[in-house]
Design a protein around this ligand. Structure first.
Ligand SMILES: [Zn+2]
Length: 147
């Protein structure tokens, strides 16, 4: 019976491998495709690449969190500006209303001064009094229909 022992040869230099070794004794190369990568510096490099990727992912997520916070802050700021604008508009409207009230008050005072000069409304008034009266009555009517 013939010896059927299979002879394994190095995939790089074709030398005979003793006991089907994983590393060729002649050329010192690994027989598995991934063997060449399994040295310390390669593993270290790989770990460093993975760490770099992890750091990148973390940094990206931190950045997006920061961007989100910034966006929220911007929204709050814009909301504050809107509120401030509304308050400013209200102040202007209040000032306008005050002005109108003063004008109406003034008109009423003028009318109250003019009326006693006559014996009755529109009677015994001179032309300038009549004009003053009409002008101020018109003014009061305008304000009362406007609001
Ligand atoms: Zn070899």
């Amino acid at each position: 019976m013939e010896n059927k022992k299979i002879i394994h040869r190095c995939r790089h230099c074709q030398s005979e491998l003793i006991n089907n070794g994983k590393v060729c004794p002649t050329c010192n190369k690994h027989q598995k495709w991934y063997g060449d990568f399994l040295n310390l510096s390669s593993v270290t490099s790989l770990v460093m690449v993975i760490l770099a990727i992890v750091q990148l992912v973390l940094a990206t997520s931190e950045r997006s969190k920061a961007e989100e916070a910034f966006k929220k802050a911007e929204e709050v700021k814009n909301e504050n500006i809107k509120v401030k604008t509304a308050v400013d508009v209200s102040k202007i409207e209040i000032d306008r209303a005050k002005e109108e009230i003063l004008k109406i008050g003034n008109a009423v005072i003028i009318i109250a001064e003019v009326i006693p000069r006559s014996t009755g409304f529109g009677r015994g008034l001179n032309d300038s009094d009549r004009l003053l009266l009409e002008k101020n009555i018109k003014l009061i009517k305008e304000y009362s229909t406007k609001h």
